[in-house]
Design a protein around this ligand. Structure first.
Ligand code: FMN
Length: 192
């Protein structure tokens, strides 16, 4: 698929087949991702992929985080247990969860630069994945901002910031193209 067609055809994927994507393909996808522009060649992105049994502790930590931050009640009422059970099953059915993180610089501007280049890395990776028939969902969720969650999944360093969690796998269903606003409505040329 040509790169321009890939940009238009890629969709965020919400349901995945059980089959895992091989380590080789994931490495290739993120290698393409890493050709993103990066100020001072910092290449700030780091990736931890939770897959197979590695998803169990990851999903448990998400549930504990949701309880800590009040998104799920912190009790053992049957209704709470049912919520935890169904949310866990949903997350455990996703073959790979890739946590994209970086070490936050103290300087605010440098931090924006690092984050911007990580976003470029993520989009490059999503586009590369599409070429391999692999789907992704870029997620930003409340547990990403919970320092205890980061510690529990093995990101001990206090300076670490989780930029996104990518859900990855072969698409079960590809959503329809919602299209985009004509760019002319958002763009103007200033020539005087
Ligand atoms: C920074 C960012 C965060 C996102 N977070 C979520 C999310 O938490 N959950 C979700 O379902 N989609 C999330 N999305 C995906 C968007 O909903 C999706 O890109 C949008 O609906 C357009 O669909 P498309 O990617 O298929 O063109 C996120 C996208 C971006 C760029």
């Amino acid at each position: 698929m040509d790169i321009l067609e890939g940009i238009k055809r890629r969709r965020s994927i919400h349901s995945f087949k059980e089959e895992q994507v091989s380590k080789e393909i994931l490495e290739q996808i993120f290698t393409y991702g890493s050709y993103a522009p990066t100020h001072y060649m910092k290449e700030p992105w780091k990736i931890k992929v939770y897959q197979g049994d590695g998803r169990k502790k990851f999903v448990q930590s998400i549930m504990k985080s949701y309880q800590r931050i009040g998104m799920i009640k912190d009790d053992d009422h049957p209704k709470t247990l049912k919520t935890i059970d169904s949310l866990s099953s949903f997350l455990l059915a996703i073959p790979h969860h890739a946590v994209i993180y970086y070490e936050q610089p103290d300087d605010r501007i440098r931090n924006e630069e690092e984050y911007a280049s990580i976003c470029a890395f993520i989009q490059n990776s999503q586009l590369a994945a599409w070429q391999f028939g692999v789907g992704m969902l870029w997620t930003i969720t409340p547990y990403m901002h919970d320092p205890q969650f980061a510690k529990e999944i093995g990101l001990e360093n206090e300076k670490i910031k989780i930029a996104a969690v990518m859900q990855i796998g072969y698409p079960k269903k590809i959503p329809i193209d919602k299209g985009r606003t004509p760019i002319g409505e958002k763009m103007e040329f200033v020539e005087f």
